[in-house]
Design a protein around this ligand. Sequence first.
Ligand code: NAD
Length: 248
Amino acid sequence: MLIKDKVALITGGAEGIGRAIALVYGREGAKVVVTDCNDEGGEETVAMINQAGGEAIYLHLNVTSLENHEAVVNAACQKFGRLDIACNNAGISGEFRLTGDHTPETWQQVIDINLTGVFYGVRTQINAMLKTGGGSIVNIASILGQVGLEEITPYVAAKHGVVGMTKNVALEYGTKGIRCNSVGPAFIKTKLVNNLPEEVRNHLSSMHALNRIGDPEEVAELVVWLSSDKASFITGNYYAADGGYLAR
Ligand SMILES: NC(=O)c1ccc[n+]([C@@H]2O[C@H](COP(=O)([O-])OP(=O)(O)OC[C@H]3O[C@@H](n4cnc5c(N)ncnc54)[C@H](O)[C@@H]3O)[C@@H](O)[C@H]2O)c1
């Protein structure tokens, strides 16, 4: 088991990529702290982990609230004694519009969840990890943390920001035992992509060297490996789980 007896926290763990990460945390032996603002989905993820023989708890967390982050990390440390691993995964795509048509509201919503939410997460997680000698943080960015895509400027800006923030956390806390990396999925079979018309999904598939859309589990395996001691010399970097999308 890659992360046996470590305490691992996921944001946005109620479905999609976050649920897949939570399940692999559990399979690899961690005590899992599942968080989300969707309580029903979060509890479902916990039940799946416990049914598979793992150990997990659910805590409500809206990533836009610093108070929520602090309450969750305190509760996790009270229950399990420490925090070793965290993955800041919660995110939304936001509305698709040309840059000139985005409004302060459509911009701010995506920045609040996808960028400020990650900052509040790492800030809180770092301070807990420092008390027990360190840990490993993985922030979920996107291929759109490396390249652009029309009509989704707030998302592209937020994800590039996550990649930069990750580098700074690694620089500041490397000697204090904390590693921090970002992972960039390409198009992955979650709610948003699954609901698209077949011809759009075929077009999206063709943008990847592997000519298909990825599975959430294919992102989760990379995240959990990066979180583990197997990745002990790896920090401050961006890793794509992208089926070759960025090779073009
Ligand atoms: N699916 C893709 O193709 C894809 C590609 C690249 C990057 N990503 C990134 O992966 C991450 C997960 O995406 P997904 O596709 O699994 O999405 P999803 O919509 O399936 O799941 C996102 C989860 O985040 C939660 N969430 C949303 N806002 C929240 C908030 N304010 N506080 C707490 N939780 C909140 C939702 O309740 C949900 O459980 C996101 O950061 C997304 O940007 C996804």
